[in-house]
Design a protein around this ligand. Structure first.
Ligand code: GLC
Length: 573
């Protein structure tokens, strides 16, 4: 039993003690750059590596530790780059390998580490290996790189099993054999343009070990591993009637999904960890592993495997304070048991931005459903206010945190996107029933007075920017002391100064109610009020408030407004 410190504000329940294990990532704030939408320097309407290099000083100024880059590899861009046709080259859309090296040099100058995305579950159908597989006969070595099967039915006209694509429709597509006859089927858990690799084949392992070394040699600090839980499929590919994303549904517990969480995965990551270790102790692996239930996440981050995993249960807990408390406690307890730090996240390129999600009083749209102009609309102001509170609550937690580009500006999702401009394959594969993830991928506003709000000075951005983006531009917010951006800067600077990422966590029971949540990290007390009425605060010196007006004055008032978070210095004893 951990023993909590005594505070005059009432009983504490200690769940996590301070962390002094070595490893920069254990408390790091890692900023996700989505290259297509970050900054367009060559004026083609799509972001590029030169644009990232140009704006890295802004990220250093924000005081993050590292950036994670979503894919910029050669790709037909059918799934915004998560369909890779060459893992060891830069797509001309984003620049060249030389541009990558220039970006790395600038990041090093600014003491920012760079993590890149690795997409090992599938490649593009334009990848040379898949093209060779199509040209080779059934049963060939080339086909063995992927998951080809004969179809069912008298003529093989039915898919080999009932698995569904994450983006809608069957997870199988039938090919035409080189002789023109209808042929085998290949598995794709995502779009038909993204064939799954066969991880039962050693040649696939060898190829990815080469890819890891290629980028490690170029100086990357590690990899965010895309759908890390999906690489290995259960032998025999048994039927699965549960959700395509592997989440739990009635009668189908998510952890039983035959395409997710298979035990053989762990040996792959053990091998990768050994490769990273050859490059010293500072290179990391972070799993995008949507595993269910949460304590199973600990299996991924044992000392010989991944360093971190994304905490999707945290993202999905929203502002439900009881659920949040449960997820935070479970995460810290489960991960402490294997000596791994937790991570926290509120937004990424696959979900509705949290400034928009929190603009709904009821449930927000499901991931991938998106929001259109005919849908129930969020309250933009309430959403941004609550987003600030939620971010400040998250960034006080011990462990690492992931930020998604634009959340520091309080950006909402793009909602008014014409169907003709929607690019997420989810939209087409569901016949428009699910709008997809384009809303959170709208290009960033940099300079309010410039063309395209400073995203680029040439062609229109690849997705339209909403009118309100201009006033949220980084330069406009830099000049406003009480802006969302300046709040983020203060939060991140104070988080570093107080070393909160390395800290402890104890729940302050009297402020953990059905409308508020409070924890003590060291001597910093973090209280979030999600209720409609103001709350009396415990005694203590106000360090920071999430509501802009109060953040400006630091007036030390002892009430906490609705939708507000505060950091207080709490006297112990
Ligand atoms: C991951 C990525 C997502 C992509 C999918 C397929 O979930 O985050 O953007 O579409 O994998 O690669």
């Amino acid at each position: 039993m951990l023993e909590a410190p005594a505070v005059s504000a009432g009983p504490l329940t200690l769940v996590h003690t301070a962390d002094d294990a070595p490893g920069w990532w254990r408390s790091a704030v890692i900023y996700q750059v989505y290259p297509r939408s970050f900054r367009d320097l060559n004026g083609d309407g799509v972001g590029d590596l030169a644009g990232i290099t140009a704006e890295l000083p802004q990220l250093a100024r924000l005081d993050v530790d590292a950036v994670w880059l979503s894919p910029f590899y050669r790709s037909p861009q059918k799934d915004a780059g998560y369909d890779v046709s060459d893992y060891c080259d830069v797509d001309p859309l984003f620049g060249t390998l030389a541009d990558f090296d220039t970006m790395m040099a600038e990041a090093a100058r600014l003491s920012l580490r760079v993590i890149v995305d690795l997409v090992p579950n599938h490649c593009s159908d334009q990848h040379a290996a898949f093209q060779q597989a199509l040209a080779a006969p059934a049963g060939s070595r080339e086909r063995e790189m992927f998951i080809f099967r004969e179809g069912r039915g008298a003529f093989g006209e039915e898919p080999p099993n009932n698995w569904q694509s994450h983006f809608g429709g069957s997870a199988w597509t039938r090919i035409t054999e080189p002789d023109g006859a209808p042929g085998q089927w290949y598995l794709h858990l995502f779009d038909a343009s993204q064939p799954d690799f066969n991880w039962d084949n050693q040649a696939v392992h060898d190829e990815f070990e080469r890819v890891l070394r290629f980028w490690l040699d170029r100086g990357v600090a590690g990899f965010r591993v895309d759908v890390a839980h999906a690489l290995v499929k259960a032998p025999g590919l048994p039927e699965w009637g549960g959700r395509a994303d592997g989440g739990s549904s009635d009668g189908y517990p998510g952890h039983e999904a035959p395409m997710f969480g298979q035990p053989a995965l762990h040996d792959i990551y053990r091998a990768w960890r050994r490769i990273l270790a050859e490059y010293g102790p500072d290179r990391i692996l972070c799993a995008e592993a949507n595993v269910d239930p949460l304590p199973r996440l600990a299996d991924w981050v044992r000392p010989d495997q991944m360093h971190q995993a994304f905490n999707f249960p945290y993202l999905h807990a929203g502002l439900d304070v009881r659920r949040l408390r449960g997820v935070i406690t479970d995460s810290l307890v489960a991960l402490d048991a294997v000596g791994a730090p937790s991570t926290w996240v509120l937004s990424n390129h696959d979900v509705v931005r949290h400034a928009t999600r929190f603009g709904y009083d009821g449930p927000a749209p499901r991931d991938g459903d998106g929001i259109g102009i005919f849908d129930h609309q969020p309250d933009v102001v309430a959403g941004r206010t609550r987003a600030a509170a939620a971010s400040m609550f998250m960034l006080g937690l011990p462990g690492g945190a992931y930020l998604y580009q634009g959340e520091e500006l309080g950006l909402p999702d793009g909602i008014d996107i014409p169907d003709s401009q929607r690019q997420d394959p989810t939209f087409a594969r569901t016949g428009g029933e699910r709008l997809g993830r384009d809303g959170c991928r709208v290009p960033l506003p940099w300079r309010a007075a410039e063309l395209h709000a400073g995203f680029g000075s040439g062609q229109a951005p690849w997705l339209p920017q909403p009118e309100g983006f201009r006033e949220l531009a980084r330069d406009a917010q830099t000049d406003q002391p009480s802006s969302h951006l300046n709040l983020y800067r203060r939060i991140l600077a104070m988080r570093r100064e107080l070393d909160l990422g390395r800290g402890s966590l104890a729940w302050l029971e009297s402020w953990c109610t059905d409308r508020s949540l409070a924890y003590l990290n060291g001597t910093t007390l973090v209280v979030m009020n999600v209720g409609r009425d103001p709350l009396e605060l415990p005694p203590g010196l106000v360090l920071l408030r999430s509501s802009p007006a109060a953040a400006e004055t630091h007036d030390g008032g002892h009430q906490l407004g609705s939708g507000e978070t505060v950091w207080l210095n709490l006297p112990l004893g």
